[in-house]
Design a protein around this ligand. Sequence first.
Ligand code: ZN
Ligand code: ZN
Length: 343
Amino acid sequence: MTRRGLDGFLVSGIKNIRYLCGFTGDSAYLLIGRERDWFLTDSRYVTQARAEVKGAGIRVYKKPLEAIAELADEHGLRLIGFESDNLTVDACGRFRKALGRVRLKPFSGLLDALRSKKDPFEVERIRRSVRILTRCYGVVERMLRPGARECDIALAVEAAAKADGAEAMAFDTIMASGPRGALPHGKASDKRIRNGELVVVDMGVVFDGYNSDCTRTYCIGRATARVREVYQTVLDAQMRAIEMVRPGVAAAEIDRVAREHIDGAGYGAYFGHGTGHGVGLEIHERPGIGPFGKEVLAEGMVITVEPGIYIPGWGGVRIEDMLLVTADGFEILTKAPKGLVCI
Ligand code: ZN
Ligand code: ZN
């Protein structure tokens, strides 16, 4: 703030607020001053805020932006930075009006960059989240069989995850069998799984705010030569990309290695999405691991590596692991086995 000449910085992204002061509710603002900070929320969250918020005085508002403007006036803040990626155009307009002479300056991605490197407190929570998720894959393997419905397996997994301490699923469980596997994000449907199909299973859970994310692809019955070839191509692409992971490597380079391998095997047209993403308080966060990513990997980042091949009318294969970038390389966090499993 000093370097940027700011007297204050308004944090409005709810996960950023959680990251900075511990509040787990979903309606608040955090105004950071040079000497002190103010946490603002409405009456529904006051008790919760008193229990959770650290390092900021708590204020209750009826009209949030007006309350912030009042604080700014009271404490002589003249230039306030704000998160342009976490404030609507509408709210920004009202805020400017309420602020009068106080000036606002937009910033994008400041806190996301901070959040991309996890501290030990966060890594511990991510590990717990992954541990619950790994056990979920055991449930999937026990339930996968011809005739089972995708949604019934997803339901069993979700019950197991919650019984095991997960507070929620990180996203709608993806359980895409047969031709549905060609949809990279095919949510579990009432389709029954049939012999000879591939099943893409992408799941994540939330533990104490922190997400996990993993994908495995199973084969029901005997694998054909084409299934083996596509599976091996994705697995080799993923392992090659993983081997590249270490501090100082450009995220785009990880993507390039996976993509070139799949291209070289003749399946380039069937791999459309980026190779991975950061994971933390949000399921998708910085750094983005794609062809246009500008970020460079650093120690403490937690990322996924998840190439895939999706062939319309036939099906798909994706293999996804979560990795911690360490001082000299990487640690694979997700432990579910990833050789081709035929059930
Ligand atoms: Zn995933
Ligand atoms: Zn993912």
